[in-house]
Design a protein around this ligand. Structure first.
Ligand SMILES: Nc1ncnc2c1ncn2[C@@H]1O[C@H](COP(=O)(O)OP(=O)(O)OP(=O)(O)O)[C@@H](O)[C@H]1O
Ligand SMILES: [Mg+2]
Length: 223
């Protein structure tokens, strides 16, 4: 088991209201799962992924990642765990504009002082996402689909056990959206990475072996 949520709640205060972004959410994900999370805007998808990846902390309940209880970890340990175990892919790509494609992919390795080990791996990943010829380009010179493939390569550079993608096709046309979903699926199979995709894209549904719906913070398992 890679991820377990037990009775997780997350609240936000907004304009004097208390909003339950996650309401008593329990789930467990296995290695190799490919999970889609769907549901209306404001339903809680991003909050779910952020809590899963240790970017946000729940107000109640427990989250285990690879057997470790996230809420008991110190900030530094959590940062290290995140760098080691988790890859993030976002809707707006979040690439560093002043770094080349190659440097963007290398950045997580530099942050964790693993740069030497990584050179061959970066070349392999560039090939994997079909962007070897764009290694020296900058993000502004790429299409949205290419930028998202760079972001996926960056997320995979640590060979994470969990890859979290928050609306990764939200800014792409349907052809590029499919390319990105194909790539996530390929990574799921090739590296046995658990993949969780929050999405409004109906195409994504056929990629997953598990499907969740979340609305008003309440998670329902569809399959
Ligand atoms: N930092 C915050 N402060 C206050 N409220 C927040 C904050 N983050 C999220 N919320 C609220 O929590 C609820 C869940 O938000 P979340 O971003 O998880 O939804 P979502 O399913 O990802 O929506 P979308 O499809 O639009 O991305 C919403 O009601 C939102 O307004
Ligand atoms: Mg969201």
């Amino acid at each position: 088991m890679i991820v377990r949520f037990d009775g997780v709640c997350k609240y936000f205060q907004a304009g004097g209201l208390r909003i339950a972004a996650l309401s008593d959410v329990s789930l467990s994900l296995e290695k190799k799962d490919f999970v889609t999370v769907m549901g209306p805007s404001g339903g809680g998808k991003t909050t779910l992924l952020n809590c899963m990846g240790g970017l946000d902390t729940p107000d109640a309940g427990a989250i285990h990642l690879n057997g470790q209880l996230l809420s008991e970890m110190k900030d530094r340990e959590l940062t290290q765990l995140r760098r080691r175990e988790i890859g993030f892919v976002f809707q707006f790509f979040n690439l560093m504009p002043t770094l080349s494609v190659l440097e963007n992919i290398e950045l997580p390795l530099l942050l964790s002082h693993a740069a030497k080990a990584g050179r061959d791996r970066i070349a392999g990943l560039l090939d994997y996402v079909g962007l070897t010829h764009r290694a020296r380009s900058f993000p502004a010179e790429l299409s949205g689909g290419e930028m998202q493939r760079v972001a996926i390569a960056r997320a995979l550079v640590h060979q994470p056990s969990l890859l979290l993608a928050d609306e990764p096709t939200g800014n792409l046309d349907s052809e590029n959206g499919i390319k990105v979903l194909d790539l996530l699926k390929q990574a799921n199979e090739d590296f046995e990475t658990t993949v969780v995709v929050a999405t409004h894209n109906p195409q994504a549904a056929k990629y997953g072996n598990r499907h969740f719906d979340i609305r008003d913070g309440k998670l329902q398992t569809l399959k």
